[in-house]
Design a protein around this ligand. Structure first.
Ligand SMILES: C[S@@+](CC[C@H](N)C(=O)[O-])C[C@H]1O[C@@H](n2cnc3c(N)ncnc32)[C@H](O)[C@@H]1O
Length: 209
């Protein structure tokens, strides 16, 4: 089994700030979706192809995966996607005050690393400080989506987001799915694996109030 990257390692303390949005997207005024821990990038590339009304930003702590995702874009003619390397928490922190207010319309956490041992819980991506930073960056009415096949991790993430008081549990209305970042319900690599193995998926949506 692949070893997870420890996001608390000092090597991830520094990030390369993102370029201004106007330099990375053809039309930076479109609603922006952030996929945190975007892995291979395939999910986001598919989304960017299918849904030109949104911009997509993938954050990933494995530099090799980010470089590979960028390489995949070389042969593609899409101008609504960008991948950034680093600890998502620091990348998001850096975007606060730099991104136009209300541009980040949704954020997804798809099958984050579980970090099963209690002494490693702090390495789990969803932490109170990250949720606070997302709430500072995100438009009112924006959404956070979480998915996991690990029930205990799902409950940990749910508890952390629910405690923030900035988000309420929500179910998309049909019209909202059509206009969401993922209108045709594309699936991530991990999600396809989980479905193929008939494992259960735990998922929830939150709306910023
Ligand atoms: C289990 S994989 C899931 C990948 C993809 N979302 C999917 O559903 O197929 C979790 C990903 O999150 C990344 N990750 C973990 N902690 C992170 C952090 N603090 N910042 C950015 N990415 C992180 C990992 O490197 C890994 O690629």
């Amino acid at each position: 089994m692949r070893q997870h990257v420890n996001p608390l390692s000092k090597v991830f303390n520094d990030i390369e700030p993102l370029p201004p949005l106007k330099d990375i997207f053809e039309d930076y005024t479109k609603p922006l979706h952030l996929d945190i821990g975007c892995g291979s990038g395939n999910f986001l590339i598919n989304l960017a192809h299918h849904n030109k009304n949104w911009n997509y930003l993938g954050l990933e702590i494995r530099e090799k995966l980010v470089n590979k995702s960028k390489l995949k874009l070389k042969d593609e003619s899409i101008d609504n996607i960008f991948f950034a390397f680093g600890n998502a928490e620091y990348l998001i922190e850096d975007c606060i005050g730099k991104f136009p207010a209300d541009i980040v319309s949704s954020v997804s956490f798809n099958f984050p690393d579980p970090w099963f041992k209690k002494k490693h819980y702090k390495r789990r991506i969803i932490q109170p400080q990250l949720i606070h930073k997302i709430s500072q960056l995100m438009a009112d009415g924006g959404f956070i989506s979480i998915k996991s096949d690990v029930e205990e991790l799902f409950e940990y993430m749910d508890m952390t987001i629910s405690k923030s008081k900035c988000f309420i549990t929500y179910n998309y209305k049909d019209s909202e799915i059509r206009n969401s970042y993922n209108p045709i319900k594309l699936k991530t690599n991990r999600e396809n694996y989980v479905i193929g193995n008939k494992l259960r998926i735990f998922e929830k949506l939150y709306k910023k109030i």
